[in-house]
Design a binder for this molecule. Sequence first.
Ligand code: NI
Length: 227
Amino acid sequence: MLMTLDNVLTREELAEAREMIAHSQWASGLATAGTQAAAVKDNQQLPEDAPFLPALRRMVLAALNRQPLFFSAALPLKILAPFFNRYGETGNRYGQHTDGAMRLTPDGAGYVRADVSATLFLSEPEEYDGGILAVQDTFATHNIKLKAGSIVVYPSSSIHEVTPVTRGARIGCFMFMQSMVRDAEKRRVLFDLDLAIQQLRQQVGEAAPVVSLTGTYHNLLRRWADT
Ligand code: NI
């Protein structure tokens, strides 16, 4: 399941993030790629010692905290500190890959299992050509290119790629998270159920069936979630 959310960052936050990034030095993107991914990855990334990285990470995580739909879809248990990358017009790309399952935390203290991946777009679509995030789903490939400040959330287990950038630069933020519910299909069921309950509650209030369905949601979560 793929989900997109617009205006995750406010205009002011977006301008501030872009300003901080404009004053940062890029390093090779290979730091976060495993062996298979490294063979097809060609981009740049903010290094762990980049001065603005802590502030950028705080901003993105605080912005996600304001998005209940994001939580409902991803059911995050642990979110690995977000990374920031750049695909430039020299044909930077990231060929087809699946995100590595286990991600070492930046402080090296432990691992986060990547169940859910997300990309927050920081460049406007008209600022670059190419740079499409193509995510293979069961029956189709989704071609994603969002407005700056919007996010796409997708299963880390999917095969996906970023097509070559042929003009301008595509700057984004990407992150991996371990979900309380490991299985993507179960997360899908829970998300659909949650959305339906929210809509029903809007229409009929706290009627008995809404209370019952809310209980069913939590009982499924109790069966499927690990903490
Ligand atoms: Ni990836």
